[in-house]
Ligand binder design. Structure first.
Ligand SMILES: O=C(COP(=O)(O)O)NO
Length: 249
């Protein structure tokens, strides 16, 4: 398979300058596996990106949590992909369920954002995931396939895309998906890529899980054949994030 394990930390809308200094210090002093074993990307709020990027050890890459859908300009409040590239930020998270739900980001808008970010040279963590209602209705795969298709329809290469499956009902709830639930959807997503894109894209694309990952559940989740890592929220703000990264071993 040869997919390098990938652990992302999504700090969301959290932190003060003091908090960030503490998190950076904890990460820099953590004993993590080597860069040929695990790829680590932490995603501070925009305002802390320059500090975090300058203070973190090189093994900790930095991501933005979003970027605008086209070239910058008269879009008050937005941050453009060009600005992130100019800052030397290599990654961006796009399509997080909180943005889909709260800011009504549609599948097509997310697809356009992923395409534009890639076109500017950014690497993208693209998020998909179903709500509890959608899972209980038995429509999980239809939902995440439609979300993935909306991205696939707009891009020409998956080389710089990591797909994050984050069931909405597991985000911030403590109700983590079981390893079997995660593996089932990851395997279906990989099959979707094989059927609709190309076999080598399916084999090489990292599909990571997010939703209440912590130091206790990460090992079993990460041991699933099609779980290539995590996108961690709450626990990425705590020292246990180092333990989660070690699940790569
Ligand atoms: O939203 C998440 C997961 O958040 P939690 O780990 O806090 O469930 N990742 O992007």
């Amino acid at each position: 398979m040869g997919r390098k394990f990938f652990v992302g930390g999504n700090w969301k809308c959290n932190g003060t300058t003091e908090d960030v200094k503490k998190i950076v210090s904890t990460l820099n002093s953590g004993q993590v596996p080597s860069a040929d074993v695990v790829e680590i990307v932490v995603s501070p709020p925009f305002v802390f990106i320059p500090f975090a990027k300058s203070e973190l050890k090189p093994q900790f890459q930095v991501a933005a949590q979003n970027c605008w859908v086209k070239k910058g300009g008269a879009f008050t409040g937005e941050i453009s992909a060009e600005m992130l590239v100019n800052l030397g930020v290599p990654w961006v998270i796009i399509g997080h369920s909180e943005r889909r739900a709260i800011l009504n980001e549609t599948n097509e808008f997310v697809g356009d954002k992923v395409a534009y970010a890639l076109s500017q040279g950014l690497k993208v963590i693209a998020c998909v995931g179903e709500t509890l209602e959608e899972r209980e209705a038995g429509t999980t795969m239809q939902v995440v396939a439609a979300q993935t298709k909306a991205i696939a329809d707009k891009i020409t290469s998956w080389d710089n895309v990591v797909l994050a499956y984050e069931p909405v009902w597991a985000i911030g709830t403590g109700k983590v998906a079981t390893p079997a639930q995660a593996q089932e959807v990851h395997a279906e997503l990989r099959k979707w890529l094989e059927t609709n894109i190309k076999a080598d894209v399916a084999a090489s694309t990292r599909i990571i899980y997010g939703g209440s990952v912590n130091g206790s559940n990460c090992k079993e989740l990460g041991g699933q054949q099609d779980v290539d890592g995590f996108l961690v929220g709450g626990a990425s703000l705590k020292p246990e994030f180092i333990d989660i990264i070690k699940a790569a071993e």
